[in-house]
Write a protein that binds this ligand. Sequence first.
Ligand SMILES: Cc1cc2nc3c(=O)[nH]c(=O)nc-3n(C[C@H](O)[C@H](O)[C@H](O)COP(=O)(O)OP(=O)(O)OC[C@H]3O[C@@H](n4cnc5c(N)ncnc54)[C@H](O)[C@@H]3O)c2cc1C
Length: 359
Amino acid sequence: MSSTIITSPESGLLATLCQQLAEQAGQLDQTGDWPRRQLELCASYGVFRWFLPAAWGGLAWSDLDVIRGYLKLSQACLTTTFVITQLTGASRRIAASGNEELQQRLLPALAAGEQFATVGISHLTTSRRHLSRPVLRAEPIDGGYRLDGFSPWVTGARHADQVVTGATLDDGRQLLAVLPTDLPGVSADEPAPLLGLTASCTGPFQMDNVSVPEALVLAGPEENVMATGVGARSGGLQTSTLAIGHAAASIEFLHTESQRRDELQPVWSELDRERSGLEHDLLALATGETVCSNEALRQRANSLVVRAAQAALAAAKGTGYASGHSAGRWCRESLFFLVWSCPQPVMQANLCELAGITD
Ligand SMILES: Cc1cc2nc3c(=O)[nH]c(=O)nc-3n(C[C@H](O)[C@H](O)[C@H](O)COP(=O)(O)OP(=O)(O)OC[C@H]3O[C@@H](n4cnc5c(N)ncnc54)[C@H](O)[C@@H]3O)c2cc1C
């Protein structure tokens, strides 16, 4: 194994990688360019191997270690870390599929970072759920399915070799399939600039009467296909992990400032106490201890990440409001957690907090 492979979240190499990612995070935000260099760096440190079994070139990290790794990465660069979660979601869905031919062909290259895959599944979980007609439909044809419609949010679709997506049949059953991006009828729209994470190059992914052979189906057709398998779920711990990691960046900034400004001492220490309580509950949940529900953790993580970023901005004053300052970027990025893969009860709880409604 190469000497630069990160084999545990305690590794000094992870700290070295994070330092490099943090140094580049501001520029990534300013240019909005796809984080190619950052992903190459992560590949060279073996980050994409954390999430996969050894059979496919992975390091098979435990859920706990993956969470510890993500906490550090998201403190350094949210955009790169978020992109990795989408790659992980796709890789894990392929790994869980039981489709050995696809696993052999795709997973070793994804683990090595030689190929990139992403997910377009939010229309089955948290996007366009109020519409009467599914935005991506599947119809059985000889030897497979015809997919027609679009997936509204697909991170890095234009840079991907494969997109894992889900479609709904007329009878309501759903299937998951992995689509090579050179399949006829498949295309990725130009990604629109976003409030933050523009460099994630997220946009709609179109499927215009695409013939998908059975060999590319990962799961289904069945009721609620997202409830089976692992990875790429909404309501899991991953979103909370990234929120807590991101909050740590703002809180660390407050800590540094508080060394020479006494009035900031109680602010950083209270926020850090809250962060450490959340981290404790997150790690407990990852080991199967039911200290709270996943939704309650997510709601608290969303609340902390937004408040911590705004506290960093207030402490940075007008200087922090100037374009290019990290505090302004953290504020914009923190708002992502209010909309990313947010289950309805979490969104409702966040809205009540914003409205000052207490029970
Ligand atoms: C930067 C970014 C990257 C993302 N990357 C990915 C990715 O790689 N893969 C992936 O699968 N997903 C991804 N997502 C999707 C994300 O997880 C959520 O699913 C998405 O943010 C939900 O927002 P929506 O506007 O699509 O929600 P919708 O619920 O579709 O809301 C759209 C609009 O419809 C209206 N509306 C909402 N609910 C109702 C209602 N009940 N009745 C009437 N009108 C209503 C509102 O005006 C709303 O603005 C990404 C999102 C973002 C912002």
